[in-house]
Design a protein around this ligand. Structure first.
Ligand code: C2E
Ligand code: CA
Ligand code: CA
Length: 677
C-alpha cells in the first residue's frame, strides 16, 4: 500500500479472505474494504502503526457483504519508504472451523484405520476412493490394491448389478430420510473376497458431498459369517427338541401354517396330521426313572424316523415332518395325501412299530419294556382350516383313541361337541369351587341285619344352568385339570364335619367312606392333608375309610403301597377299601401286600347278577376276601333278590338303591335315627 492506503499488490491469501479477484482490488483504497464506522482506526496513517508494532483489530468487508474480523500488522518497506506491507490475519470462526475440519479428518482417518469393519468410500461412478486397512481382513485385498477400482470387485459378478441399483439410492437419500422412503439402514449382501470365496456381509451407508459437489458414499462393511452361523444355530435350537432332535412345537406351528397356506392355494390338495401319545409312558418314567424315560422317547423318535422313511409304498415321510411337542406327545404331518385310508395305513404302521418291545440299555443291563401309542388323526383342510382348530381336533381324536387304547381314531364332529362340553364343564367346575353348587350326599352301608354301619360320601354338583351333573361326567375332567385336588379336599372336610356331628349325636360307631382319586393319591402329602383335616374337625381317624379304585392302585402298585403305608402311619386306625373291585387286574401277590381292609365288588357285577359269569366273579371275590381276611362289600344292590343272593354268599356289607339312594346330610341323619333299613 502506499501511504494513502491504495493497494499496490496483494497475495492470494488476501483474495481468499475477502472473496475478491485481484483486478477488483488493485488500485483501490484499503478503506473500501473496511466498514465506514471503523475508518477512524486508519486515520492516523500507517506510519504510526508501523512504528508502534501494535496489532490492529479491525473488520474487513467480504465481497458477499459480510464483515470478517481481521488482525493487521503493519511494516514499512525498508527499501521503499512510504510503502507499507500489511499482514492480515482472518480471526473469524471460519478459520476455526477449517482447523476443526482438519483435525476431524485426522480423527476420521484414525477411526477408519482402527475400525474392525472394512470401510470403503466410493464416488458416483462406484469407484473406490478410499479403503481402510480392515479391507484386508475382510476381503484379502490391500487397501491400495482396490483404491480406484470399481466397487464391484468386492461382490460376486452375478449379484453386483442388483446391488449397484440398491447402493445408488444411498447416494441421494441420507439417513434422516431413509425411514420415509422405506430404505433400510443396512443391507445384507453376499460379498466375494480375493480368493473368490463368498462371504455374508452387512453394509451400512453414510453419504456426503465432497468439493465441487461430488457425491461420496461411505460403506461400512461387516463380515457377518460368524453371526449368520450363530443365528442359524439359535434358530435350530429354538425349533428343535434337544432330546430327540425332532422339530418342536414352534416348528410344527410354522410348518402347519405353511402347509395350510399351500393347501389354500391348491384346492385339490389334501393333507393329514397325526397326533401321537404314548401309552404307559408315565408309568415307565415314574417307576424306572427319567433316564429310562428319555431313552424310550429317543428310541420312539428313531422308530418314527426310520420306519416311516423307508416306507415307500404308501407314504414317504420326511424327518422334517415329525415333531415332538413335549412329554410323550409326537406329531406327524402328511403334507400330501391321496385318500383318507393312507393316513390309517401310516397310523397302523406306527402302532405296530411302537408295540415292538423296547430293549433299553441302562445301568449296565438291558431292560425290556412294552409301550403302546394312541393316535388321533385330522384331515386337512376337512377337519379344520386353521392351526388351532386342527390341533384341538387332533387332540380330541387322540383322547378318544386313548380311551380305546393302542388305536388310531379319525376326528369326527361329535368329538368336537364333546370337547366343547368338556371345556364348558371345566369352566363351570372352576366357578363352582367354594360355592354352594357343590354338596356331599351320603349312601348308607349296611350289614346282613340291615343295620347302618357306615356311609359313603358322594359329591353332587348342581350347575347353575345344566342342573345336577353326575360325578361320572365331571370327576374325570376334575382329574385331568387337577381341580380334583381342591375339590377332593373340600369333600373330605365337609364329610368330616358331618361325621363329627353324627359322632356327637350318638352314632360313634359309624364309618365314613370317602372316595380318593388317583391324582389325589399321587400327590405326595395326602397323609398330611388327612391328618390336618382330622385334627381340625376333631374326628376319630379310626372311623375314616378311604376308597381307592382297583385301577388306581394297580396302575403303579409299588408306589401305591408306599402311599398307603404313609397314609396309615400318619392316621392311626384309618381303613382303606379297594373300590370297583373286579374291573381291573389285581394280582394276588400285590393284594396280599396292600394294607387294605375292604374289597368293594363293582356294582356292575351285582346289577347284572342274572349273568352266570357275574355270579362266578362275585363268588371268587368273596373267596378271595375270606382268604385274605378282608371285608367284602357289595354295592349296586338294587333288589331283594340281589340282597338275598349276596347274603347267602357271605358278603359282609351291602350298599344300594334297594336300601337307599345317596341322600343329603339331613336325610341321612333321619335314616341313622331309624337305625335299621
Ligand atoms: P363309586 O365310588 O363306585 O360310588 C358308587 C356309585 O354307585 C354312586 O354313584 C352311587 O350313586 C351308585 N349306586 C349306589 N347304589 C346303586 C344302585 O343300587 N344301583 C346303581 N345303578 N347305582 C348305585 P355316583 O354318586 O353317581 O358316583 C359315581 C362315581 O363318581 C363314584 O363311584 C365315584 O367313583 C365317583 N365319585 C363320587 N363322589 C366322589 C368324590 O367325592 N370324590 C371322588 N374322587 N370320586 C367321587
Ligand atoms: Ca366309592
Ligand atoms: Ca364303587
Amino acid at each position: 500500500m502506499d501511504r494513502e492506503g491504495i493497494i499496490l499488490s496483494a497475495e492470494t491469501s488476501f483474495l481468499d479472505i475477502t472473496g475478491y479477484d485481484a483486478h477488483e482490488i488493485l488500485r483501490r483504497n484499503l478503506k473500501d474494504f473496511v466498514p465506514e464506522h471503523l475508518h477512524f482506526l486508519l486515520n492516523n496513517g500507517f506510519k504510526g502503526l508501523a512504528e508502534s508494532d501494535d496489532l490492529l483489530k479491525i473488520n474487513g468487508i467480504h465481497k458477499k457483504d459480510f464483515e470478517i474480523p481481521l488482525q493487521f500488522t503493519v511494516k514499512e518497506d525498508p527499501g521503499e519508504p512510504q510503502t507499507f506491507f500489511i499482514n492480515i490475519k482472518d480471526v473469524s470462526y471460519r478459520k476455526e472451523i477449517e482447523n476443526q475440519l482438519l483435525t476431524s479428518r485426522e480423527n476420521y482417518q484414525i477411526l477408519a484405520e482402527t475400525a474392525t469393519d472394512a470401510i470403503v468410500q466410493i464416488n458416483s461412478d462406484f469407484n473406490i476412493t478410499f479403503a481402510n486397512s480392515a479391507v484386508q481382513r475382510v476381503f484379502g485385498y490391500d487397501s491400495l490394491e482396490i483404491e480406484n477400482n470399481n466397487v464391484g470387485i468386492l461382490f460376486p459378478r452375478s449379484r453386483y448389478s442388483k446391488y449397484e441399483k440398491q447402493f445408488e439410492k444411498y447416494f441421494y437419500i441420507d439417513d434422516t430420510h431413509r425411514a420415509d422412503t422405506g430404505l433400510k439402514n443396512s443391507l445384507e449382501v453376499l460379498g466375494r473376497n480375493k480368493n473368490g470365496d463368498l462371504i455374508p456381509l452387512e453394509i451400512s451407508f453414510g453419504n456426503s458431498k465432497g468439493s465441487q459437489n461430488t457425491r461420496r458414499l461411505t460403506c461400512i462393511i461387516r463380515d457377518i459369517a460368524s453371526r449368520k452361523k450363530s443365528e442359524r444355530r439359535l434358530k435350530y435350537l429354538a425349533y428343535h427338541d434337544k432330546l430327540t432332535t425332532l422339530g418342536n412345537r414352534d416348528r410344527l406351528v410354522e410348518s402347519l401354517d405353511q402347509l395350510l397356506a399351500e393347501i389354500e392355494r391348491q384346492p385339490d390338495r389334501k393333507g393329514a396330521l397325526l397326533f401321537l401319545d404314548l401309552d404307559g409312558f408315565k408309568k415307565v418314567n415314574d417307576s424306572l426313572g427319567h433316564e429310562m424315560g428319555d431313552a424310550i422317547l429317543k428310541e420312539c423318535a428313531k422308530r418314527l424316523m426310520n420306519s416311516l422313511r423307508k416306507n415307500d409304498q404308501v407314504y414317504r415321510i420326511q424327518v422334517e415332518d415329525i415333531f415332538r411337542l413335549g412329554g410323550d406327545e409326537f406329531t406327524l404331518l402328511l403334507p400330501y395325501i391321496n385318500k383318507i385310508e393312507d393316513a390309517a395305513i401310516v397310523a397302523r404302521r406306527i402302532i405296530s412299530r411302537i408295540l415292538e418291545p423296547f430293549n433299553i440299555d441302562g445301568y449296565g443291563s438291558i431292560t425290556h419294556i412294552n409301550m403302546g401309542v394312541s393316535i388321533g388323526i385330522v384331515m386337512i383342510p376337512q377337519d379344520g382350516k386353521d392351526r388351532t382348530t386342527l390341533l384341538r381336533n387332533a387332540d380330541s381324536a387322540m383322547y378318544k383313541a386313548k380311551e380305546l387304547g393302542n388305536k388310531y381314531v379319525f376326528f369326527t364332529n361329535d368329538m368336537n361337541n364333546m370337547a366343547i362340553e368338556r371345556l364348558m364343564l371345566e369352566e363351570g367346575l372352576r366357578k363352582s369351587l367354594g360355592t354352594k353348587n357343590f354338596s356331599v350326599y351320603y349312601q348308607p352301608i349296611l350289614n346282613a341285619e340291615r343295620e347302618i354301619l357306615g356311609v359313603e360320601a358322594l359329591i353332587r354338583w348342581f350347575h347353575d344352568k345344566e342342573g345336577m351333573i353326575p360325578p361320572k361326567k365331571f370327576i374325570s375332567i376334575a382329574e385331568d385339570t387337577g381341580l380334583i385336588l381342591p375339590i377332593g379336599r373340600w369333600v373330605l372336610e365337609t364329610a368330616c364335619r358331618h361325621l363329627k356331628i353324627w359322632q356327637d349325636s350318638g352314632f360313634g360307631h359309624l364309618h365314613l367312606a370317602v372316595n380318593i382319586s388317583a391324582r389325589q393319591l399321587e400327590q405326595g402329602d395326602l397323609g398330611n392333608v388327612i391328618q390336618e383335616v382330622v385334627k381340625k374337625l376333631g374326628v376319630n381317624s379310626g372311623k375314616l375309610k378311604l376308597e381307592l379304585t382297583e385301577t388306581c392302585v394297580m396302575n403303579n402298585p409299588e408306589s401305591a403301597i408306599d402311599k398307603m403305608n404313609d397314609i396309615t402311619s400318619s392316621n392311626p386306625g384309618i381303613k382303606i377299601a379297594i373300590d370297583d373291585f373286579g374291573t381291573g387286574y389285581s394280582s394276588f401277590g400285590y393284594l396280599s401286600r396292600f394294607p387294605v381292609n375292604d374289597l368293594k365288588i363293582d356294582r356292575s357285577f351285582v346289577i347284572n347278577l342274572s349273568r352266570e359269569t357275574n355270579k362266578k366273579i362275585i363268588n371268587s371275590i368273596v373267596t378271595l376276601g375270606e382268604s385274605l381276611g378282608l371285608t367284602v362289600v357289595a354295592e349296586g344292590v338294587e333288589t331283594g333278590e340281589h340282597f338275598q343272593y349276596l347274603k347267602e354268599r357271605n358278603c359282609n356289607l351291602f350298599q344300594g338303591f334297594y336300601f337307599s339312594k345317596p341322600v343329603p346330610f339331613e336325610d341321612m341323619t333321619e335314616l341313622l335315627e331309624a337305625g335299621k333299613l
